[in-house]
Design a protein around this ligand. Structure first.
Ligand SMILES: [Zn+2]
Length: 83
């Protein structure tokens, strides 16, 4: 499954799991609550950065702010369930 094109509403289960390869952050979220917050059409790629940033990941914050440099470390947030 290519999460680049999948909106939040298409995430396969009611609980969305997120983990990060770069740091040890991970979390679980109710899909329903996330949809209320960001809307059903939010791209899963953007969403994982937003969640990682909210969890305190500096790399995710930099990426969202457009400050991440090519070749610099990227946030490794991903959805274990979509592998
Ligand atoms: Zn991270």
């Amino acid at each position: 499954m290519n999460d680049a094109v999948i909106p939040l509403s298409r995430y396969p289960t009611n609980r969305l799991r997120l983990a990060c390869r770069s740091c040890s952050r991970k979390g679980q979220y109710a899909k329903e609550d996330l949809i209320k917050r960001v809307g059903p059409d939010e791209s899963l790629v953007i969403l994982r950065l937003r969640i990682a940033a909210a969890l305190g990941c500096e790399l995710a914050k930099a990426t969202l702010a457009g400050r991440s440099l090519l070749g610099a470390a990227q946030c490794g947030a991903y959805y274990p369930r979509l592998r």
